[in-house]
Design a binder for this molecule. Structure first.
Ligand code: ATP
Ligand code: MG
Length: 482
């Protein structure tokens, strides 16, 4: 066996069960200095559970974690290791420098007198590590989501962390911001740190990592160098049994469009004169950078936001709409309720007879939707909170399906879902359109637009461009999105 370095992380025979459910079935792996490891696998495979055991959030049922050869209970207490979670642990009301200094004693000139210059210099040094050029007295609230993540990365790198663990933080960032975060992680790895990144994005794995681990159903099924892998090879490694999303057929052509819902000259915050027509049987995509008002348009279509001016025209009586919001945890799910309750909440009228809910029908319908979306674990009696990130997304999607609306408003429909479910969701969206629904996909993920949308429009510079066929977009416009 190769000699262990002081920084090597070893996981030996790690198992974890939640009640009777064995979620990790004996994971063995070693990660050394300078490695940038991508951790992939289907929703519910156990990736976050593994990370949470390393972070000391959960205790393993059996097995060991070793750092530099020494057994440790978790990595949480080690200064060498830093975890960057979705919630970055930063404070919006403080400046960058103050955030960087959180938890460390302030620099003093003498006695109680603070030394702001030294603090500024410290902050600048930290920001340099991630290539963020910005005055350190900028308020954190004024930063983009990606810049905030960079501050979080700068903070842990500056404190000497040698192992960085990042669980799907990039999935909620717009591509340009995600790229900046990943470049700084790459620089850290090049300087000798170990990086472990959980992501579902193939491009992130291919661009940044030098080793890919795949966990399926609690087991490490693949451990391979990234070099030599292409997109197809990676997809094959991930799913072996599923088809690629791009084989989906497009558009109902040669049919007279039947408008279902229209925005006419709508004024919405910074957006002026938004015109958008959703037709039955068609999937329309809208995209744009953060701050472009993309999701505001979606909320206006769904009726959650009243425009400042213009008209929202409903072309059908009793028109029904259903929304999949962009942030499933804060805007979508009721953590303490069951999967069934989360799914059925906006469709209860379906099972209502003489003021009574037909419980058995509700259970039957929810079970069948959960099955169609392959929600894991499959029981609809589970509490929403215990589901993995991607499975939460599926439940919220299921809620929209059960409502059987005329218009589906889907914000970031594939955020955080695995490669197999992504193609499943694309197939479902096409089926919804084919069965006559109008579908709006508001997404910052270019793959959503290419794979499933008939026509697309970009929100740029305060307006929504006219809808065009996806093949008509110019390269510059595409660059905006990828
Ligand atoms: N606190 C918990 N109680 C019970 N079961 C849990 C708990 N946390 C996770 N699980 C279960 O463990 C399994 C693995 O979940 P985990 O969050 O590790 O998946 P994941 O690989 O991170 O998936 P995703 O890609 O969707 O984030 C899932 O079946 C999940 O329902
Ligand atoms: Mg997860």
């Amino acid at each position: 066996m190769a000699e262990l370095g002081a920084q090597d992380l070893q996981v030996l025979g790690l198992k974890k069960s939640f009640g009777p459910n064995l979620v990790l079935k004996g994971i063995d792996l070693t990660i050394g200095a300078g490695e940038f490891v991508g951790l992939m696998g289907p929703n519910g495979a156990g990736k976050s559970t593994l990370i949470k055991i390393l972070a000391g959030v959960y205790q393993a049922s059996s097995g060991e974690v070793r750092l530099g050869g020494k057994v440790v209970r978790s990595l949480a207490d080690s200064h060498d290791v830093a975890f960057i979670h979705q919630d970055l642990g930063l404070v919006d009301g403080l400046t960058i420098a103050e955030n960087l200094g959180l938890g460390v004693p302030p620099k003093r000139l003498f006695g109680p007198i603070l030394n702001p210059r030294a603090e500024r210099e410290d902050a600048e040094r930290a920001l340099n590590l991630v290539g963020l050029e910005m005055p350190s007295d900028t308020l954190l609230a004024d930063l983009t989501a990606g810049e905030k993540t960079l501050v979080a990365v700068a903070r842990v790198m500056d404190r000497g962390a040698r192992i960085l663990v990042i669980d799907e933080t990039t999935s909620t960032l717009p591509p340009a911001d995600a790229n900046r975060v990943i470049s700084s992680l790459r620089a850290a790895a090049a300087a000798g740190a170990s990086v472990i990144m959980v992501t579902h994005k193939l491009s992130e794995i291919l661009d940044a990592t030098n080793r890919v681990l795949v966990i399926v159903d609690g087991e490490l099924v693949s451990d391979a160098p990234t070099e030599g892998l292409d997109r197809a090879g990676l997809v094959h490694m991930l799913m072996q049994h599923e088809t690629d999303s791009r084989s989906i057929t497009s558009a109902r052509e040669n049919q007279e469009p039947e408008p279902v819902l229209e925005l006419r000259d709508v004024q919405l915050g910074k957006l002026r004169d938004v015109n958008l027509c959703l037709n039955a049987g068609e999937v329309v995509g809208i995209s744009g950078l953060p701050g472009s008002g993309l999701h505001d348009i979606a909320f206006a279509v769904n009726g959650n936001v009243k425009p400042d001016g213009g008209e929202v025209i409903l072309h059908r009586r009793g028109l029904r709409r259903a929304l999949v919001p962009p942030h499933r945890e804060s805007q979508g799910g009721f953590g303490a309720l069951s999967v069934r309750e989360n799914m059925s909440v906006s469709a209860l009228a379906r099972w209502l007879t003489a003021r009574l809910i037909k419980g058995r029908m509700e259970v039957r319908d929810c079970t069948s939707v959960a099955k169609e979306l392959s929600v894991q674990p499959p029981s609809i009696d589970n509490t929403f909170d215990v589901l993995s990130g991607g499975n939460k997304q599926k439940v919220i999607f299921g809620r929209a399906l059960l409502r059987k609306p005329d218009v589906f408003v889907l914000c970031e429909p594939t955020r955080g879902v695995d490669v197999g479910t992504r193609s499943e969701i694309y197939r479902l969206i096409r089926e919804l359109a084919q069965s006559g629904a109008a579908v709006l996909v508001a997404s910052s993920d270019a793959e959503d637009l290419f794979s499933v949308c008939d026509r697309v429009a970009l929100a740029v510079q305060g307006s929504l461009q006219p809808l065009r066929h996806i093949s008509e977009l110019t390269e510059t416009e595409l660059e905006l999105m990828v």
